[in-house]
Design a protein around this ligand. Sequence first.
Ligand code: GTP
Ligand code: SPV
Ligand code: MN
Length: 595
Amino acid sequence: MDIMVKNEKLKTWIKEVADMCRPDAIHICDGSKKEYDGMMAMLIASGSAIALSKRPNSYLFRSDPSDVARVEDRTYISTTSKDEAGPTNNWIDPASLKATMKNLYNGCMKGRTMYVIPFSMGPIGSPIAKIGVEISDSPYVVVNMHIMTRVSSKVLELLGADGDFIPCLHSIGAPLEKGRKDVQWPCAPIESKYISHFPEENLIWSYGSGYGGNALLGKKCLALRIASAMARRESWMAEHMLILRLTNPEGRQYHIAAAFPSACGKTNLAMMKPSLEGWKCECIGDDIAWMKIGPDGRLYAINPENGFFGVGPGTSYSTNAMAMDTIKENTIFTNCALTDDGDIWWEGMTDDLPSHLIDWKGRDWTPSEKAEAAHPNARFTAAAAQCPVICKDWENPAGVPIDIFIFGGRRGSVVPLVYESLSWEHGVFLGATAASETTSANIGAVGNLRRDPFAMKPFCGYNMGDYFGHWLAMGEKLGGKAPRIFYVNWFRKNQDGKFLWPGFSENSRVLKWMCERVDGRAGADESPIGLLPKRGDLDLSGLDIARDDFEELMKVDSAEWHAEIPDIEAHFSLFGGRLPDSLKDQLTALKKRLG
Ligand code: GTP
Ligand code: SPV
Ligand code: MN
């Protein structure tokens, strides 16, 4: 340890954590391929990982059935005052939360190795990057962090003796008694899981879960919850957004950042293959955007991540071919089904169902089975660099200038395919009132409609009312250079419960209209909720969609929108005095337009 760790704060922290958690050994990670291969060999030997004979250098993990997604109910923003965390976050005061968690951490790594993972969010050494160090007792976390972030001993060199970093403490919460055989996926029961953030001291403590955003602490915990609080203090933005570059047939580039809630289409849009002739889409990021105002006054976005932790089910060569090609090799799969010839499978991957599988719980599965073979939140972890349409500028520290923001969600009814905001303030109102049906990316009910402002309800590290204010303030700074704001819903259904819009590649038609709006080349009709494409404005050439279906898809039903108002009012009333006046004005104006 002394050889590599020169940083005083890090040395002290490692010692403190080791004294509290009492691991059998400490391993300082260097991010090398040798380290990755060694960890995988160990994970295969212990029965935690299965090497996939059909995919080079790829592995399947099966989690405990209780530990399959983020745990929003057990996620805390721990600020000195409850008001600072705000009405959309769980809160416990820092002293009592730390006391509770210290009790849990006490001796929690006995029988295990404590891994120290130095990582960079953003390219190592770039001025916009942030350094984190995750301490974890999960080797699964180590191999995933290798892909999702830049893990390297260079990060330690960069820290030097007195550089600063964000400490991210993680334990699966399952000490291993001497002589006991480990289980395949050790973790703690739900009631002792805690995913805690202390934004006032840029500190993360996670306990009890080994899955996804609960455990890979660079992602939601650092790059969204902690970073959003930093961004507000420092006048930038940390958002739950994909970033893409769209190029039209004339070669003009547009950069788009879109915020959809978890499992609502970011990865798919980020690497879409436009169905429209001559249009090209390149991926810059699929989940998180950090944005700063550049010297020219425009807003520039970078993707702080190094990989994709993407939803498996529904991903296929017909829906997202670029993702399928990204995960051909060097990929970690979690909670997918296993085929008899040593590959993975999930619902929606192929038209024909395999005749036999081992399901995500390790049991035999045949098509007559009612239960899914893969968990609905089964995921792949793959390096962004493996994506065939990764943009050549995806690691450019200057970022890309954003032309268009899109908000959206999963709404079976009410919300049309696309509309444009009337102004920046109205766009912020659309973000602030965004609603979506819940998905299996979180432990809890699926399909319940909830307000998920800016797709940040689970990820905002401070009072959401102040966050709305921050968006308004950024708009004022950007002035005429602010991105245009649109709202989309790919998920409207007909009376038979079928999607009215084909989605995926065909979403390029909607993006085309947005680009033409930016250039002042496409028309729009005013409606009470915003600007809708006029008949003929959306390029539907070659698309087989019945006229009635299209009308249903675009319909703005005044009675249905009236019915939204009480829920928006209840949502806004949560924020009390922290709700910006201009959002109250927007609500008043919407009511007036609805008549
Ligand atoms: P997180 O990684 O949880 O943040 O999710 P995400 O926003 O990246 O969602 P993702 O792109 O992985 O999509 C989630 C699910 O929605 C998958 O099953 C997709 O197949 C499906 N989906 C994505 N885009 C569309 C679309 O345009 N239409 C329809 N009908 N389904 C879509
Ligand atoms: C999400 O839930 O929005 C994800 C997956 O991107 S996780 O990393 O588990 O948060
Ligand atoms: Mn996400």
